[in-house]
Design a protein around this ligand. Structure first.
Ligand SMILES: Nc1ncnc2c1ncn2[C@@H]1O[C@H](COP(=O)(O)OP(=O)(O)OP(=O)(O)O)[C@@H](O)[C@H]1O
Length: 230
Protein backbone atom coordinates (compact mmCIF):
# COMPACT_ATOMS: atom_id res chain seq x y z
CA UNK A 1 0.00 0.00 0.00
CA UNK A 2 1.02 3.60 -0.52
CA UNK A 3 0.21 6.86 1.22
CA UNK A 4 0.13 10.22 -0.47
CA UNK A 5 0.07 13.40 1.56
CA UNK A 6 -1.20 16.14 -0.71
CA UNK A 7 0.68 15.15 -3.86
CA UNK A 8 3.73 13.63 -2.28
CA UNK A 9 4.14 9.87 -2.15
CA UNK A 10 5.28 9.54 1.47
CA UNK A 11 4.82 5.76 1.76
CA UNK A 12 5.71 4.02 -1.48
CA UNK A 13 4.34 0.50 -2.08
CA UNK A 14 5.09 -0.87 1.36
CA UNK A 15 4.24 -4.58 1.56
CA UNK A 16 4.34 -5.96 5.10
CA UNK A 17 2.58 -8.79 6.91
CA UNK A 18 2.95 -8.44 10.67
CA UNK A 19 1.58 -10.88 13.24
CA UNK A 20 1.92 -11.04 17.02
CA UNK A 21 5.27 -9.79 18.30
CA UNK A 22 7.18 -6.52 18.52
CA UNK A 23 7.98 -5.01 15.14
CA UNK A 24 10.43 -2.13 14.98
CA UNK A 25 10.15 0.52 12.27
CA UNK A 26 13.49 2.23 11.79
CA UNK A 27 14.88 4.83 9.45
CA UNK A 28 16.34 8.29 9.31
CA UNK A 29 14.32 11.47 9.92
CA UNK A 30 11.72 11.97 7.24
CA UNK A 31 11.88 8.36 5.98
CA UNK A 32 8.15 7.91 6.65
CA UNK A 33 8.01 6.11 10.02
CA UNK A 34 5.37 8.37 11.56
CA UNK A 35 3.25 8.31 8.40
CA UNK A 36 3.37 4.51 8.28
CA UNK A 37 2.42 4.26 11.95
CA UNK A 38 -0.39 6.82 11.56
CA UNK A 39 -1.75 4.75 8.67
CA UNK A 40 -1.64 1.53 10.72
CA UNK A 41 -3.42 3.43 13.51
CA UNK A 42 -6.14 4.54 11.03
CA UNK A 43 -5.28 8.21 11.65
CA UNK A 44 -4.19 8.66 8.00
CA UNK A 45 -5.87 6.92 5.07
CA UNK A 46 -3.80 4.95 2.58
CA UNK A 47 -4.21 6.15 -0.97
CA UNK A 48 -3.28 3.13 -3.08
CA UNK A 49 -3.12 -0.63 -2.66
CA UNK A 50 -4.68 -2.64 0.14
CA UNK A 51 -4.49 -2.40 3.91
CA UNK A 52 -5.88 -5.07 6.23
CA UNK A 53 -5.81 -4.50 9.98
CA UNK A 54 -6.80 -7.27 12.40
CA UNK A 55 -8.07 -9.24 9.39
CA UNK A 56 -10.44 -6.46 8.36
CA UNK A 57 -10.61 -3.69 5.80
CA UNK A 58 -10.52 -0.37 7.66
CA UNK A 59 -13.85 0.99 6.38
CA UNK A 60 -17.35 1.40 7.79
CA UNK A 61 -18.31 -0.76 10.76
CA UNK A 62 -15.05 -2.72 10.45
CA UNK A 63 -13.12 0.50 11.00
CA UNK A 64 -14.99 1.04 14.26
CA UNK A 65 -14.30 -2.55 15.31
CA UNK A 66 -10.58 -2.15 14.50
CA UNK A 67 -10.40 1.07 16.53
CA UNK A 68 -11.92 -0.62 19.55
CA UNK A 69 -9.10 -3.15 19.49
CA UNK A 70 -6.35 -0.69 18.60
CA UNK A 71 -4.02 1.22 20.90
CA UNK A 72 -2.05 4.21 19.63
CA UNK A 73 0.56 6.45 21.16
CA UNK A 74 1.30 9.26 18.69
CA UNK A 75 4.66 11.03 18.66
CA UNK A 76 3.12 14.05 20.34
CA UNK A 77 -0.20 13.83 22.04
CA UNK A 78 -2.48 16.02 24.09
CA UNK A 79 -3.20 15.19 27.70
CA UNK A 80 -6.03 16.79 29.65
CA UNK A 81 -3.90 18.58 32.20
CA UNK A 82 -6.76 19.10 34.63
CA UNK A 83 -7.72 15.41 34.70
CA UNK A 84 -6.25 12.92 37.13
CA UNK A 85 -4.47 9.91 35.66
CA UNK A 86 -7.46 7.76 36.64
CA UNK A 87 -9.93 10.13 34.94
CA UNK A 88 -7.83 10.38 31.81
CA UNK A 89 -7.38 6.60 31.46
CA UNK A 90 -11.10 6.13 32.11
CA UNK A 91 -11.85 8.60 29.35
CA UNK A 92 -9.49 6.77 26.97
CA UNK A 93 -11.25 3.47 27.80
CA UNK A 94 -14.63 5.10 27.18
CA UNK A 95 -13.43 6.36 23.78
CA UNK A 96 -12.51 2.74 23.00
CA UNK A 97 -16.14 1.84 23.74
CA UNK A 98 -15.24 -0.44 26.63
CA UNK A 99 -18.25 -1.50 28.69
CA UNK A 100 -18.60 0.91 31.66
CA UNK A 101 -18.46 -1.84 34.29
CA UNK A 102 -15.05 -2.99 33.01
CA UNK A 103 -13.47 0.45 32.93
CA UNK A 104 -12.38 0.93 36.59
CA UNK A 105 -10.46 -2.38 36.68
CA UNK A 106 -8.99 -1.80 33.20
CA UNK A 107 -7.76 1.65 34.29
CA UNK A 108 -6.06 0.23 37.38
CA UNK A 109 -4.50 -2.58 35.39
CA UNK A 110 -3.06 -0.17 32.79
CA UNK A 111 -1.76 2.07 35.61
CA UNK A 112 -0.23 -0.93 37.37
CA UNK A 113 1.50 -2.14 34.21
CA UNK A 114 3.01 1.28 33.55
CA UNK A 115 4.07 1.94 37.16
CA UNK A 116 1.52 4.70 37.70
CA UNK A 117 -0.42 3.34 40.66
CA UNK A 118 1.24 5.73 43.09
CA UNK A 119 0.19 8.71 40.93
CA UNK A 120 -3.19 7.49 39.77
CA UNK A 121 -5.11 10.24 41.55
CA UNK A 122 -2.60 12.98 40.74
CA UNK A 123 -3.56 15.68 38.24
CA UNK A 124 -1.71 15.28 34.97
CA UNK A 125 -0.38 18.84 35.15
CA UNK A 126 1.61 17.91 38.28
CA UNK A 127 3.45 15.01 36.59
CA UNK A 128 7.01 15.01 35.23
CA UNK A 129 7.61 14.55 31.48
CA UNK A 130 8.65 10.90 31.90
CA UNK A 131 5.57 10.14 34.01
CA UNK A 132 3.33 11.81 31.42
CA UNK A 133 4.91 9.59 28.79
CA UNK A 134 3.92 6.60 30.90
CA UNK A 135 0.36 7.96 30.97
CA UNK A 136 0.54 8.02 27.16
CA UNK A 137 1.58 4.37 27.12
CA UNK A 138 -1.13 3.50 29.67
CA UNK A 139 -3.88 5.11 27.57
CA UNK A 140 -2.66 3.09 24.55
CA UNK A 141 -2.96 -0.24 26.39
CA UNK A 142 -6.06 0.39 28.54
CA UNK A 143 -8.34 -1.56 26.18
CA UNK A 144 -5.91 -4.50 25.92
CA UNK A 145 -5.39 -3.82 22.22
CA UNK A 146 -4.65 -6.56 19.72
CA UNK A 147 -2.86 -3.99 17.56
CA UNK A 148 -0.66 -1.53 19.41
CA UNK A 149 1.09 1.31 17.59
CA UNK A 150 3.74 3.22 19.53
CA UNK A 151 5.56 6.16 17.95
CA UNK A 152 8.78 6.76 19.88
CA UNK A 153 7.28 5.64 23.19
CA UNK A 154 10.59 5.62 25.04
CA UNK A 155 11.20 9.37 24.67
CA UNK A 156 11.70 10.85 28.13
CA UNK A 157 11.85 7.51 29.95
CA UNK A 158 14.79 6.98 32.30
CA UNK A 159 16.80 3.72 32.23
CA UNK A 160 14.65 2.01 34.86
CA UNK A 161 11.35 3.01 33.23
CA UNK A 162 12.69 1.89 29.87
CA UNK A 163 13.58 -1.55 31.26
CA UNK A 164 10.06 -1.83 32.73
CA UNK A 165 8.62 -0.70 29.41
CA UNK A 166 10.55 -3.34 27.48
CA UNK A 167 9.28 -6.11 29.72
CA UNK A 168 5.75 -4.73 29.28
CA UNK A 169 6.25 -4.89 25.49
CA UNK A 170 7.36 -8.52 25.78
CA UNK A 171 4.21 -9.34 27.74
CA UNK A 172 1.89 -7.49 25.31
CA UNK A 173 3.51 -9.04 22.26
CA UNK A 174 2.53 -12.54 23.33
CA UNK A 175 -1.02 -11.89 22.14
CA UNK A 176 -0.79 -8.63 20.18
CA UNK A 177 0.90 -7.11 17.19
CA UNK A 178 3.03 -4.25 18.52
CA UNK A 179 4.54 -1.81 16.00
CA UNK A 180 7.08 0.57 17.44
CA UNK A 181 9.12 3.40 15.98
CA UNK A 182 12.14 3.99 18.14
CA UNK A 183 15.60 5.43 18.40
CA UNK A 184 16.46 3.01 21.18
CA UNK A 185 19.94 1.50 20.97
CA UNK A 186 20.51 -1.47 18.71
CA UNK A 187 20.98 -4.00 21.52
CA UNK A 188 17.38 -3.31 22.57
CA UNK A 189 16.05 -4.05 19.07
CA UNK A 190 17.64 -7.47 19.19
CA UNK A 191 14.81 -8.66 21.43
CA UNK A 192 12.17 -7.58 18.89
CA UNK A 193 10.53 -9.93 16.39
CA UNK A 194 11.28 -8.02 13.19
CA UNK A 195 12.81 -4.74 12.08
CA UNK A 196 11.78 -2.78 9.01
CA UNK A 197 14.08 -0.05 7.75
CA UNK A 198 12.37 2.68 5.74
CA UNK A 199 14.22 4.87 3.27
CA UNK A 200 12.31 7.65 1.51
CA UNK A 201 9.04 5.86 2.09
CA UNK A 202 10.14 2.47 0.77
CA UNK A 203 11.04 -0.66 2.68
CA UNK A 204 14.82 -0.75 2.35
CA UNK A 205 15.12 -3.79 4.61
CA UNK A 206 12.79 -6.15 6.45
CA UNK A 207 14.02 -9.05 8.53
CA UNK A 208 15.50 -9.88 11.88
CA UNK A 209 16.74 -6.96 14.01
CA UNK A 210 20.27 -8.37 13.97
CA UNK A 211 20.28 -8.45 10.17
CA UNK A 212 18.76 -4.97 10.13
CA UNK A 213 21.65 -3.68 12.22
CA UNK A 214 24.15 -5.18 9.78
CA UNK A 215 22.22 -3.65 6.88
CA UNK A 216 22.16 -0.20 8.49
CA UNK A 217 25.86 -0.34 9.32
CA UNK A 218 26.67 -1.32 5.76
CA UNK A 219 24.49 1.38 4.22
CA UNK A 220 25.95 4.02 6.57
CA UNK A 221 29.55 3.08 5.78
CA UNK A 222 30.02 5.03 2.50
CA UNK A 223 28.62 8.15 4.15
CA UNK A 224 31.11 7.83 6.98
CA UNK A 225 34.02 7.52 4.58
CA UNK A 226 32.87 10.73 2.83
CA UNK A 227 33.42 12.79 5.98
CA UNK A 228 36.34 15.18 5.53
CA UNK A 229 39.35 14.00 7.51
CA UNK A 230 41.22 16.14 10.01
N1 LIG B 1 1.21 16.69 6.69
C1 LIG B 1 2.26 16.65 5.87
N2 LIG B 1 2.36 17.54 4.87
C2 LIG B 1 3.42 17.50 4.02
N3 LIG B 1 4.42 16.61 4.09
C3 LIG B 1 4.37 15.73 5.08
C4 LIG B 1 3.30 15.69 6.02
N4 LIG B 1 3.55 14.68 6.88
C5 LIG B 1 4.71 14.13 6.50
N5 LIG B 1 5.20 14.74 5.42
C6 LIG B 1 6.46 14.40 4.73
O1 LIG B 1 6.55 13.01 4.63
C7 LIG B 1 7.88 12.56 4.87
C8 LIG B 1 7.89 11.52 5.96
O2 LIG B 1 7.53 12.14 7.20
P1 LIG B 1 7.38 11.30 8.55
O3 LIG B 1 7.04 12.26 9.65
O4 LIG B 1 6.47 10.16 8.30
O5 LIG B 1 8.87 10.76 8.74
P2 LIG B 1 9.59 10.13 10.01
O6 LIG B 1 10.44 9.02 9.50
O7 LIG B 1 8.59 9.80 11.05
O8 LIG B 1 10.51 11.31 10.53
P3 LIG B 1 11.05 11.64 12.02
O9 LIG B 1 12.06 10.56 12.37
O10 LIG B 1 11.70 12.98 11.82
O11 LIG B 1 9.87 11.67 12.92
C9 LIG B 1 8.71 13.80 5.20
O12 LIG B 1 9.40 14.19 4.04
C10 LIG B 1 7.67 14.83 5.57
O13 LIG B 1 8.11 16.11 5.24
Amino acid sequence: MSVRIRRTLVIDTVDLDLGPGVHAVLGSNGSGKTTLLRTLATATAHSEGTLRLLDRDPVGSSLREIRRRLGYLPQSFGLYRGYTVREFLGYAAWLKEMPGRRIPAAVEEAAERTGLMNRIDAKIRTLSGGTRQRVGIAQAIVNEPRLLILDEPDVGLDAESRADFLSLLGYLAEASCVVISTHMPQEVHDAFSTATVLDRGKVAFHGSPVEAAAYRQQSAAPRRSMRPSG
